[in-house]
Design a protein around this ligand. Structure first.
Ligand SMILES: CC(=O)SCCNC(=O)CCNC(=O)[C@H](O)C(C)(C)COP(=O)(O)OP(=O)(O)OC[C@H]1O[C@@H](n2cnc3c(N)ncnc32)[C@H](O)[C@@H]1OP(=O)(O)O
Ligand SMILES: O=C(O)CCC(=O)C(=O)O
Length: 381
């Protein structure tokens, strides 16, 4: 039997933490388009913004909530009555309330201590429940908090009637083994839902998110393309693919929608998608090296663990400085050309030289020219 959830709920925060990326600002139309694309991809929950920011944000969250059919729209709030009141004005049914839980943040932000945080949770959860809202609580900086205190936090949430605790690795300082252990400890303490929100300061956000699920997290907080504060958050596309591929968990996300979703978000965020970005980068299903291509042409599984078609992508073979004979022969055949062994050697040498001089892949049109030239050389000899 699996020790972790076979169906993990995805909470996408592109429109909240994602928009907190320096310089990123989404218009209402962009927010509605992103929310629609997230829903079309099968994302369960959309953290849609921060009502405390003002009327524009309240109206945007409200508009997304009216548009949504299957995704739950959830506003992000601080743990205050005023923020709950602002959230209630959006007309949503659920609210997420965040509170610092590390001693360092509690002291700096509230000038108080742990008892104050527990009292705030109790008070504000009750306040939100009285307004007919379902409540989850976010523990900001949970990764630097005392574990025994975190256990008291989850018990307090449960007793107050909250339904979820989000563990935030706010500064991205956890490692996967530690994350898994922490979730095992918390899952032993409570029956409420447990969510992980990981930042990527050490490049570990995806790994930590998968480890949290392994430890008992029921929910994962992610952003498309890993947008978010500083180095960003765990990328939605990596987490859903990783959960499926490595843990065999389903998320309900339609992987074929991921490239389009990434394009919509990248455009709205004015960010380019790195070519090697897992799942959605333009080059991640493209192969050049001779040994790989020779293997792939016999059996795609030799050098491809992920089937590009599952992600709405296509395999591409490019010619370049690392190409071998099998790749060149196959590319020539794709444009109706054949070369004997000697001619193939000349073509391969030319392909490599061209790739080096241009620092670009050698396109099929270039290959056709190289092929013609190799015929002329042959005639001249
Ligand atoms: C790790 C994260 O991602 S946390 C989410 C970060 N998101 C944002 O900051 C959203 C954008 N923020 C904003 O638009 C503004 O900061 C607002 C509207 C939320 C608040 O604006 P202001 O009233 O001008 O406050 P300001 O930004 O100067 O400071 C934040 C205040 O929230 C308090 N605060 C911070 N976190 C919490 C919390 N979880 N619960 C209660 N209060 C909190 C701070 O202590 C500070 O209080 P103070 O004004 O009494 O000193
Ligand atoms: O408390 C939360 O909801 C998490 C807030 C956040 O974005 C973070 O701590 O990184």
């Amino acid at each position: 039997m699996l020790a972790y959830q076979p169906r993990v709920i995805v909470n996408d925060s592109t429109l909240r933490d994602g928009e907190q990326s320096p310089g990123v600002a989404f218009s209402l139309d962009e927010k509605l388009a992103i929310a629609a694309a997230l829903e079309a991809a099968g994302v369960d929950e959309i953290e849609a913004g921060t009502p405390a920011m003002g009327v524009e944000d309240i109206e945007a969250i409200s508009a997304m909530s009216q548009q949504a059919r299957t995704s739950q729209i959830i506003p992000w709030c601080r743990a205050t009555r005023d923020d709950v009141d602002a959230a209630a004005r959006t007309g949503v049914e659920r609210v997420h309330l965040s509170v610092p839980v590390s001693d360092r943040q509690i002291r700096a932000k509230f000038g108080t201590g742990r008892a104050d945080v527990l009292a705030r949770i109790e008070e504000v959860v009750g306040y939100a429940l009285d307004r007919g809202l379902r409540v989850s609580i976010g523990g900001e900086d949970a990764s630097r908090a005392d574990l025994d205190f975190l256990k008291r936090v989850v018990v307090t949430i449960e007793e107050a009637g909250g339904q979820r605790f989000r563990f935030a690795d706010t500064l991205g300082v956890l490692d996967p083994f530690g994350t898994c252990d922490l979730f095992r400890e918390l899952a032993r303490e409570t029956d409420i839902e447990l969510e992980f929100h990981g930042h990527d300061d050490l490049g570990l956000a995806t790994a930590n998110t998968l480890a949290a699920v392994r430890g008992g997290a029921t929910h994962v907080s992610v952003c498309v393309l890993g947008l978010g504060e500083r180095a960003g958050n765990a990328p939605l596309e990596e987490v859903v693919a990783g959960l499926g591929e490595t843990l065999g968990c389903s998320t309900g996300v339609d992987f074929t929608q991921l490239p389009q979703l990434a394009d919509i978000v990248a455009r709205a965020a004015c960010r380019t998608i790195p070519e090697n970005k897992p799942i959605v980068g333009s080059m991640v299903f493209t192969h050049e090296s001779g040994i790989h291509v020779s293997g792939l042409l016999r059996d795609a599984g030799t050098y491809e663990a992920l089937d590009p078609a599952r992600f709405g992508r296509e395999r591409r073979i490019l010619l370049g400085r690392h190409s071998g004979r099998a790749a060149v022969t196959s590319s020539l055949r794709s444009i109706g050309l054949e070369a004997d062994q000697q001619r193939l050697e000349r073509i391969l040498a030319d392909v490599r030289a061209r790739a080096l001089s241009t620092k670009q892949p050698v396109e099929l049109a270039d290959l056709a020219l190289i092929y013609c030239r190799s015929g002329m050389t042959e005639g001249a000899v």
